[in-house]
Design a protein around this ligand. Structure first.
Ligand code: ADP
Length: 495
């Protein structure tokens, strides 16, 4: 009976379910890839019906593998953040495809709001920037594109939710329209303190208040699944956006603890404690997790290209045949030969936030080889992380004593050692890499009363730890080369 916790991880590229036992050991996994729709350049959409069907399927598979619905004590949900769904509450059907976080169609709206001078207010209230990335401007885009504004505004038939909210609605058979504070804090509509929907933001972004889900703490009862779905009503007791769930999964539960997830891009998130941080370096302030009435805030910075730089070395330049070859190639060189690669393929994220910047390889000589370019791509991941850490420290955060990492790139031991050297901090990778799902499972277990605190039964020693061993002058020399390369890229963007 009730021997497992089911975590649903609805990501940008796939939908996954993982069943954990009560010691947080993973026992079963199922995964389905998600179709990406690109209707126009810069537009990215998902089909909410496909997401829901895949969610049911992966849950059923995993529930079967661990002995049926009686084995599941509770469900935790974690999800791609900011992606926006608008659906009709009478039918449960989406009125438009989901607009994905990567979608840039509301750039003009954001630029206009910035030109009108709203960004300072938006940042002060929400901790975010006026960028199409967040949900807020995507909602009006759907209302205006589909002509359902009146249905939303006058008749309250049409509602909004991020993916967690859409899944909770469907899992509960349309009974519960709710989200958690971490997901709400990515919408541009949510004030950080006190944590609540902001009337000013809702008015500014033209979102009818009746569309908004109820915001709940990240752990606690959201509702029960419709018994027709899995054969039993199972409580949903934990919800958080993917990066925040990873923060919890890594056990970064005290102020100053930080994690970095290296997939396609990199997300660095630091626990900032009980007061919302104010960034002067264009980092994002966000809700880390909310437990009861207690909100823990976080500071976040992102790098657009991390693993995707390695993919480009493979698919764009054909310098390697597989991502893992980057490790041996970088390691075989005695130094970087003065070559730097600034992977600003899609602009630069924090702390530069320059959308016009484009990439560059600098420092080439007649002695430079393919290996130097590959190494420069791997090194860039560490330099960009260091830039984020410096921005965090400039914003008043402590320098983290260790950096907890996960994601595909962390398979590259050379890259992780170089990261430790450049950041001058130990880097730790846990044995179990699915920390996002693990975080959702922990929140759900805590919300269901199965563990007394979020950090109960945390795993002991990390699987791998890389300790910095580079001498300070060498680190400074490399950082000077990198910073000069970034200055060059920014100068080029100025034209
Ligand atoms: P996502 O969740 O964003 O799809 P993953 O966490 O699965 O990403 O990581 C995939 C990324 O990791 C790819 O971009 C790939 O190039 C990169 N990657 C995988 N193995 C290595 C390696 N050994 N060295 C460097 N990069 C790697």
């Amino acid at each position: 009976m009730h021997t497992h916790i089911l975590a649903i991880d609805q990501g940008t590229t796939s939908t996954r379910a993982i069943a954990f036992d009560l010691s947080f050991a993973p026992k079963a996994v199922a995964q389905i890839e998600l179709t990406q729709h690109f209707p126009k350049p810069g537009w990215v959409e998902h089909d909410p019906a496909e997401i829901w069907a895949a969610t049911v399927q992966v849950c059923r598979e995993v529930i079967d593998k661990v002995g049926g619905p009686q084995s599941i004590a509770c469900i935790g949900v974690t999800n791609q953040r900011e992606t926006t769904v608008v659906w009709d509450r009478r039918t449960g059907e989406a009125v438009h495809k989901a607009i994905v976080w990567q979608d840039r169609r509301t750039s003009d709206v954001c630029a206009a709001l910035k030109a009108q001078g709203h960004e300072a207010m938006v940042q002060a209230k929400t901790g975010l920037l006026l960028d199409p990335y967040f949900s807020g401007t995507k909602i009006a885009a759907i209302l205006d594109a589909t002509g359902v504004r009146d249905d939303a505004d006058k008749r309250a038939n049409v509602v909004f939710g991020t993916i967690d909210s859409f899944l909770i609605w469907n899992l509960t058979g349309g009974k519960v329209h709710a989200t958690d504070a971490t997901n709400a804090s990515r919408t541009l509509l949510f004030a950080l303190k006190p944590p609540a929907w902001s009337d000013d933001l809702v008015a500014l972004l033209r979102v009818p208040t009746s569309m908004l889900p109820e915001v709940k703490p990240s752990a606690g009862l959201f509702g029960e699944t419709d018994p027709a779905l899995f054969g039993r009503a199972i409580p949903i007791t934990g919800v958080a956006g993917d990066q925040q769930a990873a923060l919890v999964g890594h056990g970064c539960l005290s102020p100053g603890m930080a994690k970095a997830t290296y997939g396609t891009g990199c997300f660095l998130v630091m626990n900032a404690g009980s007061e919302p941080p104010v960034s002067k370096n264009r980092l994002l302030a966000t809700v880390g997790y909310q437990i009861g009435a207690e909100t823990t805030y976080a500071l976040e910075g992102s790098i657009f290209s991390a693993g995707s730089t390695i993919q480009w070395l493979k698919e764009g330049l054909h310098l390697i045949n597989a991502s893992r070859e980057s490790e041996a190639m970088a390691a075989a060189l005695k130094d970087n030969g003065g070559v730097y690669l600034v992977p600003a393929f899609a602009g630069l994220g924090a702390p530069q936030w320059n959308a016009e910047a484009r990439g560059a390889i600098v420092g080439l000589t007649r002695d430079s080889t393919a290996a130097h370019v590959v190494r420069a791509g791997v090194e860039a991941i560490a330099y960009q992380t260091r830039d984020l850490l410096d921005a965090l420290v400039a914003d008043g955060a402590p320098r983290p004593t260790t950096l907890k990492v996960d994601g595909g790139v962390t398979a590259n031991g050379w890259a992780m050692q170089f990261l430790a050297d450049i950041c001058d901090a130990p880097v730790e990778r846990p044995a179990f890499q699915e920390v996002t799902a693990l975080g959702a499972a922990r929140l759900a277990a805590f919300g269901a009363g199965l563990i007394p605190s979020l950090d109960a039964r945390l795993p002991g020693a990390p699987a791998v730890r890389w300790t910095p061993s580079m001498a300070a002058p060498e680190r400074e020399r490399l950082l000077a080369g990198w910073r000069a390369a970034v200055r060059g890229v920014l100068a080029h963007a100025e034209g």
